[in-house]
Design a protein around this ligand. Structure first.
Ligand code: URA
Length: 440
């Protein structure tokens, strides 16, 4: 079917044969379908959506446009976790070692931070020497021997998605649930995994601000994964305030070290444990999430998670002394408190504004090619439901060497991000839904 006909059918809301979609994507990837036709197709999908067979075809074609890892010679189930992105969301740094310490292999291909959301790769790179680009053979070797390996994407993973995402970014077609779901799953399924736990964030700091959208995205992601024969489960989790108490790369690594030593903020610990427990179920070492939780908590309590993180860091060229003595991690020269403008109860926090403030201090980037400052970021002292006196610190800014904005301007934005009122207020549940069934 010619690209014109595919676009025409989709525009009018008529079904498109899955083979025609696969062909369109393959030809777009090789350059024989021009951007203007693909852009028209994306806009038609934006308004009309996609049926499950159409979406399977789109995802499969993006997946096949590049390399697909085969880890089948490594014994046992290989399970990864993917988060749709949030503020202070550092759970991967603890989940990979905890799950590996419990006997499930974790081949983790992560992303960089962009805009208000952070990325696992940037956090890992605040550990001196840590290598995120490894040859495929070394990746495979470390998954087999250490039990987990955390690397960045190569250009060879789903190149059609890379090209399509750039086009969507310029044509106002990013915010389409089928296109987002196909994009995420094409990259994840290229990792050679058997199972995947999805953490779909919802709230002021998430891509999806409303629960029905997050649930639909979660169900769509699960549907694609299951359609491709993988074990997939999604948890919809709260992102109405930063997770834990830190936002910024080295600060987040330090917070994870507290967690792996049995401490750390309760919300961060809970989300980490529930996601890791689901991975143990998919990996076949726990029969239920409750059983998985017990195993994960044991791996925290007896220090196996921390030791596994040290092993991973050492195997990937990092300096494990930075984990034993966290003062060796990058540290900001100046820390400046942000003071509460009023007395009352924290009723809400605009988590996206907090993420953007951390970015403005140098902890994040607005363009993929920008550098980040590992020491820059924020500590969040007052969270939803906390009482606060006017003039008391609600947050602390760790000033990077090259802030994108003057600290005073960032402090003003942070003060505006906290809504302080008469209360009472309390945070919502951390896990809003667990989704095992895809959209049919
Ligand atoms: N993340 C992705 O990988 N793809 C999208 O389309 C949106 C977010």
């Amino acid at each position: 079917m010619r690209p014109y006909e595919v676009i025409h059918r989709k525009r009018d809301g008529r079904p498109v044969p899955p083979e025609a979609i696969a062909d369109l994507v393959a030809r777009y990837a090789e350059g024989s379908v021009p951007d203007y036709q693909m852009a028209a197709f994306c806009m038609a999908v934006f308004f009309r959506g996609m049926s499950e067979p159409e979406l399977q075809a789109l995802t499969g074609a993006m997946l096949r446009s590049g390399d697909v890892l085969d880890l089948s010679d490594i014994p046992g189930a290989k399970v990864d976790k993917h988060s749709t992105g949030g503020v202070g969301d550092k759970t991967s740094l603890a989940i990979a070692p905890l799950v590996a310490a419990c006997g499930v292999k974790v081949p983790m291909v992560s992303g960089r931070g962009l805009g208000h959301t952070g990325g696992t790769l940037d956090k890992l790179q605040s550990i001196p020497g840590f290598q995120i680009h490894l040859p495929v053979e070394r990746f495979r070797e470390l998954v087999a021997s250490v039990g987990a390996c955390l690397v960045g994407q190569t250009d060879r993973i789903a190149p059609a998605d890379r090209k399509l995402y750039a086009l969507r970014d310029l044509t106002a077609t990013v915010e389409s649930i089928p296109l987002i779901a196909g994009s995420i799953m094409s990259k994840k399924l290229a990792e050679g995994i058997d199972g995947l736990v999805l953490d779909v964030k919802v709230g002021s700091g998430a891509f999806m601000k409303r629960l029905p959208d997050a649930v639909l995205l979660a169900r769509t992601l699960v549907g694609i994964g299951r359609g491709m024969g993988k074990d997939v489960v999604a948890l919809v989790t709260d992102m109405d305030q930063p997770l834990g108490r830190t936002v910024g790369n080295a600060l987040e690594v330090k917070e994870i070290l507290h967690l792996l030593h049995g401490g750390g903020p309760a919300d961060l610990r809970e989300v980490t444990v529930v996601l890791a427990a689901e991975m143990l179920v998919l990996g076949g070492v726990a029969a239920t999430p409750a059983e998985g939780r017990v195993l994960v908590e044991q791996a925290i309590a007896d220090g196996r998670g921390f030791r596994k993180l040290c092993e991973i860091v050492e195997a990937q060229g990092g300096d494990p002394r930075a984990l034993v003595e966290p003062d060796r991690l990058p540290r900001a020269e100046r820390v400046v408190d942000v003071l509460a403008p009023a007395t009352g109860v924290v009723e809400a926090i605009d988590a996206e504004a907090v993420g953007l403030a951390a970015m403005a201090l140098g902890a994040g980037r607005s363009r993929v090619e920008d550098p980040v400052d590992p020491a820059a970021g924020l500590e969040v002292w007052k969270k939803i439901g906390d009482r606060v006196e006017a003039g008391e610190p609600i947050a602390a800014m760790h000033l990077g060497l090259r802030p994108l904005e003057p600290p005073d301007a960032v402090a003003a934005r942070l003060r505006a991000a906290w809504r302080i009122g008469a209360g009472p207020a309390s945070p919502g549940p951390l896990v809003l839904q667990r989704i095992e069934e895809g959209v049919t």
